[in-house]
Write a protein that binds this ligand. Sequence first.
Ligand SMILES: Nc1ncnc2c1ncn2[C@@H]1O[C@H](COP(=O)(O)OP(=O)(O)OP(=O)(O)O)[C@@H](O)[C@H]1O
Ligand SMILES: [Mg+2]
Length: 427
Amino acid sequence: MHDRKLMRHSQVHILFVEDDEDDYLIVKDLLSDIEDTTFQIDWVSEYDEAKQRIHPHRYDIFLFDYRLGRHTGLDLVRYVRTIKSSSPCILLTGQDDRHVDIMAGETGAVDYLLKSELTASGLERSIRYALERRNAEIEREILTEQLLETSRQLGMAEVAVNVLHNVGNVLNSMNVSATQLVKFLHESHTDDIGKIAKMVQAHHDDLAEFLTQDSQGKHIFPYLAKFGEHLATQHQAMFEEIQALTKNLDHVKHIIRAQQANTTSINHSEPVVVSELMEQALSINLSPLSQHHVKIVRNYADTPLIISDKHQILQILVNLIRNATHAMIENPGDSHCLSLTIDQSPEDHRIQLSVHDTGVGINPEHLTRIFSQGFTTKPEGHGWGLHSSALAAKSLQGTLHAFSDGKGQGARVTLDLPFIPVEVHAS
Ligand SMILES: Nc1ncnc2c1ncn2[C@@H]1O[C@H](COP(=O)(O)OP(=O)(O)OP(=O)(O)O)[C@@H](O)[C@H]1O
Ligand SMILES: [Mg+2]
């Protein structure tokens, strides 16, 4: 591909295959009359030798006589096409033959010229047009390649933005969990056990009296009882935090893996408890919600266990709750409420997941634009969340709709999904 070059027309290298030397001399003479362009002509009279000289990049143009002994110039045109040369072929003939003319065009010759009518200007025009056409083709190929490369790079950038955006949404919550775990560990006072053990050892001989009479010793049993309770509660909290961390880590792994395999459009279906996904999405956004004392209301209908792509749904819900949280933080007032609703229409196997907030609301003229890539009204926003969510919804054969009565009126975004119920068999 790199040896394709756009030719300057001031110098043209021609392979002329012609078995009649007189005709060669006539054409050579005509070409020498043409101003502004120098023609370097390699003349070959034999078909076989011609085949050996034809090379994809050596000549700018091929001039073939139609009659070449047992062969014809059309055979050479075909040969030029088989070696994938982009250099144009012009056929010369002694006799006007409409059938050959048509065949020449079909085989790929760009022109068919009658020797008896040849003039310098006619030949020059034919060669010039052929070369212009070839240059235009090469330019188009180069542009197509550049376009492909640009779209490949844009595609890569899109993948990077998607990973960064969706992983970023979860990372903050993972960071909160990690900080919480460190705090628990700091507060666990496990060194107290060592201190108590030392005291007990020091009073090895009068242990009963120490534990019942001593001003320090008599606090040991009540302290240990409280400490045990505290440890149990703390362990439970740590366990839950680690569970959340593991689930979120799994989600992050999935986001990255899906992008690596470029399989955003392929669904990894598995049994899904939708309410658990809503809860996970909520917990990922919980920190700013509780910081701003947002009340949370759940309206979960009894939903069946469904088969769907858990991570795609989670990704969408995380974005919706995150947007709702931002909208409420931006809206002055301290009695905000986030309503999470799960509804189902069992008759047509569809499920609706809605996130309703009391935030800044959406301008009516923005309602149709918020799903476009790059549309944002936030100083720090990228306009990626709803766009990628709409794509994910589409890949699940679902839809995403936004509703708002306008500025200051809050917003509701609903994910509507078809689902396959899991057949529960009585054992
Ligand atoms: N619940 C909502 N309330 C009000 N406006 C919203 C709500 N959800 C989305 N929007 C509007 O839609 C726009 C696009 O949302 P989207 O999630 O795509 O991008 P973003 O939140 O601005 O940035 P990011 O790329 O970080 O998600 C937002 O900037 C906001 O104007
Ligand atoms: Mg967003």
